[in-house]
Design a protein around this ligand. Structure first.
Ligand code: F6P
Length: 341
C-alpha cells in the first residue's frame, strides 16, 4: 500500500513527530510505502509530492513546523474535487491519503471519503478544541510557551507595579488560557466560553494589587468583552479582509487601567505559541497517533481517525470529530476562578 501524507491548516508542534511515527511503523512493521503532499490539499490537487522514506524522517520528531509544508487550501475549490484527486492519486500510484489536520481538514476528508476516496485522519489543533479526542498534540507545547512568557511578564510587572495582560491563542475556546493561566498563577482568566463583566475583571485586578501583587490577566483571543465603553467591540475585518481575531489584550488594557487606576500593559503572544520544538509529551502523543494512523490504513478503516481517550489511542469516525467543539466546562473554569484576585 502506498500512502500520501498531508498536513493542512495552521501548523502546530508535533506534526513532524506524527509523520515520523507513521512512516517508521508503516515501513518497518506494516509493509507500507509513503510519499508526502506539499502544502496540504494544494499538493494533493496539484499532484505536488515529495519522497517520504525512512531516511527522510530521521530526527524530525523534535522539529517544529512540518517538513511537508501546510496551507488552508480547500480541496473542493479551484480544480479540486474527488474526481480530480482520484485521477492524481492513480497517476502517482497512491492508494490512500493520511490527512493530518483540524476541523476544516477533517470535514473535507469526510466529503472525499463519502465520494469513495480512501482517507484516514489524524486530529490536529493547538487550541485543543476537538471534542473527539481528549488532547491534541501541540497544545501542551503552546501552554508551556505561554506559561513561560507569563512568568517573564510577572517579573517586569512586579518591578513597575503594573497590571500585565497576556493574550493567548484560542479562537473559539479558552483551553490555552485556562491551563497557562492556572500554571502561571493568573489573577484573572478570560475565555470565550465565559461571559465576564469588566467590573468583575477590575475587582480581581484590584484585589491582587491590594495584596501587593502585580496583577496578571490572561485573555484568549476569542474572548468578547462585555463592556459598553469598548470603542472596538465590533471586531470587523483585518487589513486582509479576514474576520479580526487578535487584539483583544490591547483593547482591554486601557479599560482595566481606567477602571482600576493601575498602569496596564498588554502583550500578544501570537504565533510564538505554535513555533519551535514540541514538548516531550507532544512528541510522544504525536508519535503514537502517527503509528496508529498507519495501523488504521492497514485495516482499511477509511473515514476513521485516531484519537486519544484517557491514555489510549482509539479510532473514531470523521463525523464524530466534526461540528462539536470541546469547550472549557463550567466546573473547570470555576475551579480556576477560585484562585483569582
Ligand atoms: O486554530 C489554531 C489557531 O492558532 C488559532 O488559535 C488562531 O486563531 C489561528 O489558528 C491563527 O491562524 P493563522 O495562522 O492562519 O493566522
Amino acid at each position: 500500500m502506498r500512502i500520501g501524507i498531508l498536513t493542512s491548516g495552521g501548523d502546530c508542534p508535533g506534526l513532524n513527530a506524527v509523520i515520523r511515527g507513521a512512516v517508521l511503523k508503516g515501513t518497518e512493521i506494516n509493509g507500507q510505502e509513503f510519499v508526502g503532499f506539499r502544502d496540504g490539499w494544494r499538493g494533493v490537487v496539484a499532484g505536488d509530492i515529495m519522497p517520504l522514506e525512512r531516511s527522510d524522517v530521521r530526527g524530525i520528531a523534535k522539529q517544529g513546523g512540518t517538513i511537508l509544508g501546510t496551507s488552508r487550501t480547500n480541496p473542493f475549490e479551484g480544480n479540486g474535487g474527488p474526481e480530480r484527486i482520484q485521477e492524481m492519486l492513480d497517476a502517482n500510484g497512491i492508494d490512500a491519503i493520511m490527512a493530518i489536520g483540524g476541523e476544516g481538514t477533517l470535514a473535507a476528508a469526510k466529503r472525499l471519503t463519502d465520494a469513495g476516496l480512501k482517507i484516514v485522519g489524524v486530529p490536529k489543533t493547538v487550541d485543543n478544541d476537538l471534542d473527539a479526542t481528549d488532547y491534541t498534540f501541540g497544545f501542551d507545547t503552546a501552554v508551556e510557551i505561554a506559561t513561560e512568557a507569563m512568568d517573564r511578564l510577572r517579573t517586569t510587572g512586579d518591578s513597575h507595579s503594573r497590571c500585565m495582560v497576556a493574550e493567548v491563542m484560542g479562537r473559539h475556546v479558552g483551553w490555552i488560557a485556562l491551563h497557562s493561566g492556572m500554571a502561571a498563577g493568573a489573577h484573572a482568566i478570560l475565555i470565550p466560553e465565559q461571559k465576564t463583566s469588566m467590573e468583575q475583571v477590575a475587582e480581581w485586578v484590584k484585589s491582587a494589587a491590594d495584596r501587593g501583587r502585580a496583577p496578571l490577566v490572561v485573555v484568549a483571543e476569542g474572548f468578547t468583552p462585555d463592556h459598553a465603553d469598548d470603542p472596538h467591540s465590533e471586531r470587523g475585518l483585518d487589513a486582509f479582509g479576514r474576520p479580526r481575531l487578535g487584539g483583544i489584550g490591547e483593547r482591554l488594557a486601557p479599560i482595566i487601567e481606567e477602571m482600576t487606576g493601575i498602569e496596564t500593559r498588554a502583550t500578544t503572544l501570537g504565533h510564538i505559541q505554535r513555533g519551535g520544538v514540541p514538548t516531550a509529551y507532544d512528541r510522544v502523543l504525536a508519535t503514537r497517533l502517527g503509528m496508529a494512523a498507519s495501523d488504521i490504513v492497514q485495516s482499511a478503516s477509511w473515514g476513521q481517525m485516531v484519537a486519544l481517550r484517557g491514555t489510549d489511542i482509539v479510532t473514531v469516525g470523521f463525523e464524530e470529530a466534526l461540528g462539536r467543539l470541546k469547550t472549557v466546562p463550567q466546573r473547570r473554569y470555576r475551579e480556576a476562578a477560585m484562585l483569582f484576585g
